[in-house]
Ligand binder design. Structure first.
Ligand SMILES: Nc1ncnc2c1ncn2[C@@H]1O[C@H](COP(=O)(O)OP(=O)(O)OP(=O)(O)O)[C@@H](O)[C@H]1O
Length: 250
């Protein structure tokens, strides 16, 4: 589904970013991406989403290379940033219809999905209101709805649980599970390791722009341990392998 190979992205005039990162996500994978602040999660997700370019490596979704056919590549996924920037002067329903038009979703399908997910997130009654009147959490729910309305093969989510109320978080987890049970894939960053451990079949850990562990959750988190303890262990081990002049920003 998603193949990232040897991705390198360094910001201009800085060594920060992501270095030689490779990660493969299969259909059905619910893949958590974890790492401390500034580790390189958003940088990776933005490169995959085509929001920013990269210096080296290749990224493919469904066998389509982002650089060779960006339009066909972008039709296959939805990306929701950690702070979605929506068109404030549109109403919620106008925004959803706009997204559905861009992705060529038929009238019946869009209606059914907007009803289903709108009710699940309890946002249906507000869809006629201007987005500028929405709270942060409502904007996040609308962004999620706009992704779900075109039923992409791959969902890329940056910190999807931040700002959601507990009920919406439970609903989102259920939706994520059912998407992957039906063969879709989800790649998302999170700092909530507890959620990642319970929800995901795969996990990737990044430190200072370098992937330090990735694979099956069950293989990484052995019985009797927690993802949190493994994460701290792996991060510490990675530190000892590095030059001693690392300042320990983890
Ligand atoms: N536009 C930019 N210009 C220069 N450096 C940047 C830029 N964006 C990010 N960085 C740097 O790249 C590194 C990775 O940042 P990134 O946003 O990918 O981290 P992150 O893992 O998503 O962090 P967080 O958990 O805090 O969201 C950081 O050192 C950050 O300061």
């Amino acid at each position: 589904m998603l193949k990232i190979d040897h991705l390198t992205k360094h910001y201009k005039g800085s060594s920060k970013g992501v270095t030689d990162l490779s990660l493969h996500i299969a259909p059905g994978d619910l893949y958590a991406f974890i790492g401390h602040n500034g580790a390189g999660k958003t940088t990776t997700l933005k490169c995959v989403a085509g929001i920013q370019g990269f210096d080296a490596g290749t990224i493919e979704i469904g066998g389509i290379d982002i650089r060779k056919d960006p339009l066909a590549y972008k039709r296959q996924f939805a990306y929701i940033p950690d702070n979605p920037d929506l068109y404030e002067y549109l109403t919620g329903i106008q925004y959803l219809n706009f997204t559905a038009d861009v992705f060529g979703v038929g009238a019946g399908e869009r209606e059914e999905r907007i009803r289903k997910y709108g009710e699940a997130f309890e946002i249906t009654a507000s869809l006629g209101d201007l987005i500028s009147t929405y709270s942060h959490g409502m904007k996040q729910k609308l962004a999620l709805l706009s992704a779900l309305v075109h039923q992409p093969k791959l969902l890329i989510l940056d910190e999807p649980f931040v700002g959601l109320d507990p009920k919406a978080a439970v609903i989102l987890k259920d939706i994520m599970r059912s998407i992957c049970a039906e063969g879709g894939s989800i790649f998302f960053s999170t700092h909530v390791l507890d959620v990642a451990e319970k929800l995901c079949n795969k996990v990737a850990m990044i430190k200072e722009g370098t992937l330090i562990a990735s694979g099956d959750m069950q293989a990484i988190v052995k019985q009797g341990q927690s993802l949190e303890s493994i994460f701290m262990e792996v991060v510490e081990d990675a530190k000892t392998d590095e030059n001693t002049d690392q300042t320990g920003t983890m």
